[in-house]
Design a protein around this ligand. Structure first.
Ligand SMILES: Nc1nc2c(ncn2[C@@H]2O[C@H](COP(=O)(O)OP(=O)(O)OP(=O)(O)O)[C@@H](O)[C@H]2O)c(=O)[nH]1
Ligand SMILES: [Mg+2]
Length: 316
C-alpha cells in the first residue's frame, strides 16, 4: 500500500504502455520467444541454437537479409559460453534490433503551421480512416485542435465512416458528396481550418494500389493543390501499412515514396498477425520515420513508436 502511494506516476504510465503493446504484439511474441529451457539446453549445439533463432526471425517476417545480419552479429558479440546463455543471447538480440529500429524513432511533432496538414495514404483497407480517428483523439489529448477532411470521395460510405470518427472525437469533418474531387475537399478543409484557427487537418484519401498509375497521379494532384494553400504543406505524408501483408508492404512503400515522397509511416494491425517482425524489415530497408503503431481496432489502440519499448514488448 505504502509502495503504491509513493510509486512514481511516470513509471506506472510506462508500465501500462509496455503491457498494452505487449498484449497487442502477443502473436509475434509467441513466435519469437522460444521455450528457453529446451533451446538453450547445454546439450544443444550452438549451431542449433542459432538455427532456432534464425527460424523464429524468418517466421516473424524479419526477412532473410536482416535475419542473417542479426545472426552474424550474435556470433561476433557472444563468446562460445555466452551463446548457451539465453539471457545473454536475448539481450544481445535486443541490442541489435534496437540499433536497427532507433533511427526510425522520430515521433510526429506538430509545429506552429497554420494549420498542420497530414495526408494519410495507402492501399485499400490498410487502416487509414481508423488511424485518423485514433490520431485525432491522441492529438486532442495534447490540446491540439483537429479537423478531418473526408478526402475519400471514391468509396461508397467512406464519408459516413470518417464522419463517425469525427463525431466520436467531437471534431468537424469537411465533406462533399461521393464522386467529388478529393483535392477540392482537402483544399476546403484547409481553408476552413485557417478560418477557424484549427491547428491540424487530418486528410483521409481513398485506398489505392501503388500499381494504379491514374490513382497515384491523383495523389500528386492532391499534393499540388495542398501546396497552393500553403507552400510548406502537406507537413506530413503518412503511409499507413497493414502489418499482416508482410513483405509486400515494402514494394508498396517504395513506390508510394518515389511517387509522392513519404515523411512518416504508421503500421497497423500488429495485433492480428504473427508477422510483426516486418516492422524491423521496414525500418532497415526504408529508413523512413515510423510514427505510430496500431495494435487494435479501438480508439485507444495506437501508440507512438519507440524502439526500446517495441523490442521489450517482443522479447522481454
Ligand atoms: N485489428 C486491427 N484492426 C485494425 C487496425 N487498424 C484498422 N483496423 C481495421 O481494419 C479495417 C480497415 O480499416 P479502415 O480504417 O477502414 O482502412 P482504410 O485504409 O481507411 O480502408 P479504405 O478506405 O477502404 O482504403 C477496419 O475493420 C478497421 O477496424 C489495427 O491496428 N488492428
Ligand atoms: Mg478509409
Amino acid at each position: 500500500m505504502i509502495f503504491n502511494l509513493f510509486k512514481d506516476k511516470s513509471l506506472v504510465k510506462k508500465e501500462s504502455y509496455l503491457t498494452k503493446i505487449k498484449n497487442g504484439l502477443s502473436r509475434t511474441r509467441e513466435v519469437l520467444l522460444p521455450g528457453k529451457k529446451e533451446v538453450f539446453n547445454s546439450k544443444v549445439s550452438t549451431e542449433d541454437i542459432f538455427l532456432d533463432i534464425e527460424n523464429r526471425l524468418l517466421v516473424a517476417d524479419v526477412g532473410i537479409e536482416v535475419t542473417d545480419m542479426v545472426i552474424d552479429r550474435l556470433r561476433k558479440n557472444l563468446s562460445s559460453t555466452a551463446q548457451h546463455n539465453s539471457e545473454l543471447v536475448y539481450s544481445s538480440i535486443k541490442e541489435i534490433l534496437i540499433d536497427i529500429l532507433s533511427p526510425c524513432e522520430k515521433p510526429l511533432e506538430i509545429g506552429q503551421q497554420d494549420p498542420c496538414v497530414i495526408l494519410f495514404i495507402g492501399i485499400n483497407g490498410a487502416g487509414k480512416t481508423t488511424t485518423i480517428g485514433k490520431i485525432a483523439k491522441f492529438l486532442q489529448q495534447q490540446d491540439k485542435s483537429c479537423l478531418i477532411a473526408a478526402g475519400d470521395t471514391f468509396r461508397a460510405a467512406a464519408v459516413e465512416q470518417v464522419t463517425v470518427w469525427g463525431e466520436r472525437n467531437n471534431i468537424p469533418v469537411i465533406q462533399q458528396p461521393q464522386g467529388s474531387d478529393a483535392a477540392s475537399v482537402i483544399h476546403d478543409a484547409i481553408t476552413a481550418a485557417k478560418a477557424r484557427k484549427i491547428q491540424v487537418v487530418l486528410a483521409d484519401t481513398a485506398g489505392r494500389l501503388h500499381t494504379q498509375q491514374n490513382l497515384m497521379d491523383e495523389l500528386a494532384k492532391i499534393k499540388k493543390v495542398v501546396q497552393k494553400c500553403d507552400s510548406s504543406a502537406p507537413h506530413e505524408i503518412m503511409l499507413v501499412i497493414d502489418a499482416s501483408i508482410g513483405q509486400n508492404s515494402l514494394k508498396q512503400a517504395e513506390i508510394f515514396h518515389q511517387e509522392i515522397g513519404l515523411t512518416g509511416i504508421t503500421i497497423t494491425k500488429l495485433d492480428g498477425t504473427a508477422k510483426g517482425g516486418i516492422v524491423i524489415k521496414i525500418a532497415h530497408d526504408l529508413k523512413i520515420p515510423i510514427r505510430y503503431i496500431g495494435v487494435g481496432e479501438g480508439i485507444g489502440d495506437l501508440y507512438t513508436f519507440k524502439a526500446q519499448t517495441f523490442v521489450d514488448a517482443l522479447l522481454d
